[in-house]
Design a protein around this ligand. Structure first.
Ligand code: E4P
Length: 219
């Protein structure tokens, strides 16, 4: 499972890239607004350091989404155009996919919606696990069911577990067979943590320093 960052904050993406652990980024209008930068400028800047950057359309009709999707895709070859799981969104996604643009269908909450995304030739479908949990449904069950339905149907669309809230979600997405999981920066950082790693590293460094002390005395 590839790890993406779910943010438009450049410094967070740069850190993830420098650690060597991320393969892409997902943005949405909310994340762009939070980052507080011009959409085009920010997406182009992110594309300089990482591939697979999802940028979302905000138009509401099929024709407008097609025009906007083409504009987003023209910003950089790393852009994946995100369209919503609506009739207009999917119709626009189909036309954009037919012109060779990679499509991420967002706001997916069921297996049937994921089948619709596959039907238009989407490159990625994004089931939102956390938002399903928020309304007392089992988000990761839906991710697992989409993976299973896609495997049974030999569907190539990638399953991207989105709306990830906890490190446990990441483990569950991997065990469910998701192709990608997109994480807020805080969750990515939390993946490194384990008390035994921290205690073990502290001990190794202390023991190493002890071996250096006699040499210092000799010198
Ligand atoms: C995915 O592409 C979305 O940007 C994201 O995961 C939404 O997560 P949220 O439910 O935490 O807003």
């Amino acid at each position: 499972m590839k790890l993406f960052l779910d943010t438009a904050v450049y410094e967070e993406i740069k850190a993830g890239v420098d650690w060597g652990v991320i393969d892409g980024v997902t943005t949405n209008p909310t994340l762009i607004a939070k980052a507080g930068h011009d959409h085009e400028e920010q997406v182009k800047k992110i594309c300089q350091i990482i591939g697979n950057v999802s940028a979302e359309v905000v138009s509401e009709t099929k024709d407008d989404m097609i025009v906007e999707g083409k504009r987003l895709a023209s910003w950089h070859p790393n852009v994946i155009v995100k369209v919503p799981m609506t009739p207009d969104g999917l119709a626009a996604g189909k036309a954009l996919a037919a012109s060779g643009i990679r499509i991420n269908v967002t706001l997916c909450f069921s297996v049937n919606q994921a089948l619709l995304a596959a039907a238009i030739g989407a490159y990625i479908v994004s089931p939102f696990a956390g938002r399903l949990d928020d309304i007392n449904e089992d988000g990761m069950r839906v991710v697992a069911d989409i993976v299973s339905a896609y495997r049974q149907q030999s569907i190539k669309t990638k399953v991207l577990a989105a709306s990830i809230r906890t490190p446990m979600h990441v483990t569950q997405a991997a065990l469910a067979g998701a192709d990608i999981s997109t994480l807020p920066f805080a969750v990515l950082k939390a993946l490194f943590n384990h008390p035994l790693t921290e205690a073990g590293q502290k001990r190794f460094l202390e023991d190493y320093r002890k071996t250096q002390e006699p040499q210092k005395v000799k010198a």
